[in-house]
Design a protein around this ligand. Sequence first.
Ligand code: FPP
Length: 231
Amino acid sequence: METSKIPSHVGIIMDGNGRWALLRGEKRSYGHRAGTANVEKITEHAFKLGIKTLSLYAFSSENWARPKEEVDELMRLLETYFKKFLKKVEKEKLRINVMGDTSVLSAKLQKIINKAVETTRANDVGVINIGLNYGGRQEIVYAVNKLLKENKEITVENISENLYSAEFGEPDLIIRTGGEIRLSNFMLYQGAYSELYFTDVLWPDFDEKELDKAIDAFSKRHRRFGKVEES
Ligand code: FPP
């Protein structure tokens, strides 16, 4: 694979866990467990390929409307994920960041998240940027309110610079698994010129080969950013 065509920042909407479980006669939470294991696998492969930032949509501001049992299981999985992978992430000099309003999460989960974010802050091999209680519209409102409070002008650049994960820039590529063709409130502002890749493959089945396919499709796109000539 041509390294110049490897996207630096990739966003992933990890959809299809529930259907993957139901197809196997299991509960939806079984799918979320398989989905969490897949996060580990795909993250490893992505950084090996040379991707620098992976933004993963783990829990949207709208996901609270799911049955309590499912929400509780997702929160438990996130706790385990942050605790279990912290050592590995530290060893590999990866950085964990969380974008979204984490203030409503349990005190225990907030503490685990803060530890992961703080202890990996200086790592520079790659960034795992996790959307948690995240919404793209809410993020834009957050940035605008911040500017208003600071008495700053509302401009395109100022909004960009005040988004939750402004320092990681815009995704070059956004992948959505699970067959739906929409963004579902994910990185709406930063995604203005992202290349989009949709696949029917359900998230727990989205393996290394599927990521290679998405990168390959990206490498054939001509990004013009609204201009006529190729960039
Ligand atoms: C969508 O599948 C997936 C989610 C709402 C949760 C995504 C979370 C994970 C993969 C696990 C935790 C993440 C990390 C970063 C450790 P769905 O339940 O909407 O599936 P369906 O469309 O088949 O119902």
